[in-house]
Every structure is written in structure tokens, then in C-alpha cells.
Unconditional design. Structure first.
Length: 337
């Protein structure tokens, strides 16, 4: 763990003892200022009338420049260089897991990470994430150890613990079946070794590590939606929850009104647990009678009887695509309110 967690934190500390503006550059690229780093202010930083430029060499031998609004005396400059180099030394000593933890906080400086770790984190054509959520935060240490042991031979995979859960970064493209197989293996293994049940969501492909914080946040939000609307499942594909995500983007008041106006009198309240399980399985198997029968361990005629009963209650024949979509939207609205 870093002593100085972020460069922003470091410069806030510096600003307390040195009130005039300081700017840190590398290759003439703005990194941070004691006045913050909002994009709208970057041009102002570059036009700042500094007359004092001080070179700093990092522990890895890279050149940086400190721009100061007023002249720094020898003692101040020495102290400033020491602080910055302590930070840079920590950054340059990180391993792959630590780098990913750092980027995941949203404070990772691409200008540092690219130049210092090209051999550790190379830009791939695509990445994917597997986000794993344990029931309790105190379970995560043991969970991370189990996952690291399980995948220690897979060089294209890194297990990364965070303060809210664990993610796995995949640096090579894998097919949907492979990803679902990995997720099932994780869940079964954790259940067997730690007696824990976990929730897992697999991201879409992405191609820039700087997107990591945003993607992680999106996965957590979509996982919450998935847990709300499909209570029997513990493994989700982000790409297969588009409709659910769209429904939840509507305000709760509008969802309640929509459900009341259009769907409330369709007989949904009269369906039992068996009917709900039949419907979820039928929709999951793309309205395929044979596959649904196998999944439910029932005869095809029994499935047809159940679907006919649901049709009598709701007025919808789920064997028809339009009715099935109509029904799914109705159920999502009901579960979301």
C-alpha cells in the first residue's frame, strides 16, 4: 500500500506549506498542480508566468520539471524534491496487482504508469473484467488467496483485491463459454473451500486501462440490478442485462405509473412460484421448448400445459416473441418497484 496514496494528496500537503502555485510536468505534459488538475484549468497552468523551472530526476532516471510562481530557496526545493521522489519511488516499485489497484482508485497517472511499466502492463487490443462480490468484506482476504492459487498458472489473468470486492483482469480475449465456465469454477470452488456464495459479473470488452474505474463502477451498478431482477442467478454477463439496465434508468415513479397503467390487471399477481420459474427458464432458453423442458426436468407436454395456464392468467402466449418481450418488461417493472 502506498504511503502517499495519490499524487493529489501529496500536492494538497505541499500546498499547506507552500501557498504559491506549483506545477509538475513530464515531457512538457501537465500532471498536477497545487491548485488542482481540472481540465478547464490546464491551459491556464501552461500560461502561468513562471520564471522558475527546476528539474527533478525520478529514482528510475526519468526527468520531471517543477514550475514555480516564485523562486524556491535551496531548502524548500530539496524538501519538495524529496517528497516527489518518495512518491515516484513508490510508483516505480509497484507490481502488476498494485498498479491495477492504483488505477482502479481513479487516481492513476497514465504519464507515470505508461513510462514506468510498459513491460508489466502493455496496451492490449481488448481487456475484460470479472467482478466478484463476497457476502462480507472480511471474507475478501481469504477469497483473494483462493482465487490467486486457483489461477496462478494463467499468465493472462490478474486477481486484484479492492476495498469493495475483487476483480480479475483478463488480458487476452476469451469466448463467452470460457468466461461462464471460469465464473462457475470460481463459485463452486469458493463454496467448497470457504463455504461462501459469491456474486459474479463479467464485463464487456474494453481497450484502455484508464477506463478501469468507470467500468468497475458500472459493473457494480449492473450487478445490483441483476440481483434485484433475477434472484436465482449468481453469475451475470453485463452484455446480457441491457434491457434490465434500460428499465432501471427510468425513474421509480415513472416505473410505478407504467406498471399500474398497463400491466397491473394482467393476472401477474395470481402466478405461483412454479409459474415464475417456468417463465424465467423459458426466456433464458430463448423460447426453446426442448431446452426449457430439459432445464426444468419436466416433460415437454407438462411445459406446454404450464405455458397455456400462464396464457389464461395473463392473456399472453409466451411462445410468441412479442408477447414474451411484453411479459419480460412487465416482470422487470414489477421487480423494480
Amino acid at each position: 500500500m502506498l504511503i502517499i496514496k495519490t499524487l493529489e494528496e501529496l500536492f494538497k500537503k505541499i500546498h499547506k506549506v507552500y501557498p504559491d502555485q506549483l506545477v509538475l510536468l513530464k515531457d512538457n505534459q501537465f500532471i498536477i498542480s497545487t491548485y488542482g488538475e481540472a481540465n478547464k484549468n490546464q491551459q491556464r497552468h501552461h500560461r502561468m508566468e513562471e520564471k522558475f523551472i527546476y528539474p527533478i530526476k525520478s529514482p528510475a532516471g526519468e526527468d520531471y520539471q517543477v514550475l514555480a510562481a516564485t523562486e524556491l530557496n535551496k531548502e524548500t526545493l530539496g524538501f519538495l524534491e524529496l517528497l516527489i521522489n518518495l512518491y515516484l519511488e513508490e510508483i516505480h516499485s509497484l507490481d502488476k496487482k498494485q498498479i491495477l489497484q492504483y488505477i482502479a482508485t481513479g487516481h492513476g497517472k497514465e504519464v507515470f504508469l505508461k513510462s514506468s511499466h510498459m513491460n508489466i502492463l502493455k496496451d492490449q487490443k481488448s481487456y475484460q473484467l470479472i467482478w466478484i462480490e463476497a457476502p462480507l468484506l472480511e471474507d475478501e482476504k481469504e477469497l483473494a488467496e483462493v482465487l490467486e492459487e486457483c489461477f496462478k498458472e494463467d499468465e493472462g489473468l490478474t486477481v486484484v483485491p479492492t476495498e469493495e470486492g475483487i476483480f480479475i483482469l483478463l488480458e487476452d480475449k476469451r469466448q463467452k463459454e470460457q468466461l461462464l465456465g471460469m465464473a462457475k469454477t470460481i463459485r463452486d470452488m469458493v463454496n467448497a473451500e470457504l463455504y461462501l456464495d459469491v456474486y459474479i459479473i463479467i464485463s464487456k470488452e474494453f481497450n484502455q486501462l484508464k477506463k478501469l474505474p468507470k467500468i468497475l463502477q458500472g459493473l457494480k451498478e449492473v450487478l445490483l440490478i441483476g440481483k434485484t431482477v433475477t434472484v436465482r442467478s449468481h453469475i451475470y454477463l453485463e452484455d446480457e442485462l441491457k434491457l434490465e439496465k434500460t428499465i432501471f434508468s427510468i425513474s421509480k415513479k415513472e416505473r410505478e405509473g407504467l406498471y399500474a397503467d398497463i400491466y397491473e390487471n394482467k393476472g401477474f399477481e395470481e402466478m405461483d412460484e412454479e409459474a415464475h420459474l417456468t417463465i424465467e427458464t423459458f426466456l433464458k432458453n430463448n423460447l426453446n421448448l426442448g431446452e426449457t423442458s430439459k432445464a426444468l426436468f419436466i416433460h415437454r407436454n407438462t411445459l406446454a400445459y404450464r405455458l397455456d395456464r400462464i396464457s389464461r392468467l395473463t392473456g399472453l402466449d409466451l411462445r410468441k416473441f412479442e408477447d414474451a418481450i411484453f411479459f419480460k418488461i412487465a416482470m422487470l417493472l414489477k421487480k423494480s418497484i
